[in-house]
Design a protein around this ligand. Sequence first.
Ligand SMILES: Nc1ncnc2c1ncn2[C@@H]1O[C@@H]2COP(=O)(O)O[C@H]2[C@H]1O
Length: 312
Amino acid sequence: MNDVFDFSTVVTTRRGAISSTTSIESNELIPIIEKDSRTIEILSSAVKNNILFSHLDDIERKQIFDVMFPGFYSSDEVIIRQNERGEHFYIIEEGEVDVYINDELMTSFGECSCFGELALIQSTPRTVTIKAKTNVKLWSLFGETYRKILMDITIKKRNSYREFLNKVSILQTLDEFERLVVADSLESIQYEDGDIIVRQGDPGDDFFIIVEGTCTVHQKPSESSESIEIDTLSAGDYFGEIALLCNRARVATIIAKGSLKCVKMNRKRFERILGPIRDILQRNIPQYNSIIPLDQLQTMIISSDPKNKEEY
Ligand SMILES: Nc1ncnc2c1ncn2[C@@H]1O[C@@H]2COP(=O)(O)O[C@H]2[C@H]1O
């Protein structure tokens, strides 16, 4: 088969039936194809380390999975052909494929693998030919649909975070554009009363800003001592920067007090996007009412600051 979406075959299959449509900013309706939990697991695991999905949270990723449609290829059928324009990205659910460059077999891969991601960025000539080695079931994503949904996610995210980020004091020195870039990089996350968000001594990879609710800060002066509540944080406050700035374990435990809504960004984005406020974050550290000394952290920050790293 080719990769044109054939509605007639899809509606009649049990798995992969169209259940409804999703609407995006442009009011366009895109069919949603139902997927069972095994398929969702395969799709999630296939895109886990894929850069084109890594900035999406679970809900956004689900939005993309919703619009992926099934394709079936018999053994020896060509799925994509080298030098032809590519419009689709694929994830293999069952079966194996062979990869050829200039008719020479390069490699094979199977279930949970994905290919054709350049088509998600722009329609571009394929760099390889991929042929079904066995009968193959895969899920396809039309590049233009991915781009439209992504644009929609970006617009909605920017609109929903614009006002909030304008009020976060640590971001005040950023200009409007820089704040929108912060909005793009945020993942929203919800906690219930008593949830431990970060734990003293654990490694840390995320920076958090509180959107709604409060949380308490706890510290143990030493491994064997009891934890003491030392602070309360609320909407607009941030936490988690010390582990990232100093490349060290968390210096405090943060626990949700009631239901708590946060946004977070991972280390990579923190380093890329919050560079302009790094100095302010650093300067604020000694102001914490900490029962473990934080002043020696300054030297660690200086040595872990990329600005101070020698080039090799
Ligand atoms: N009084 C405090 N002392 C130390 N850390 C605090 C305090 N209040 C809030 N925090 C935050 O608690 C976070 C725990 O994780 P980090 O060590 O990455 O970064 C820490 C700070 O952002």
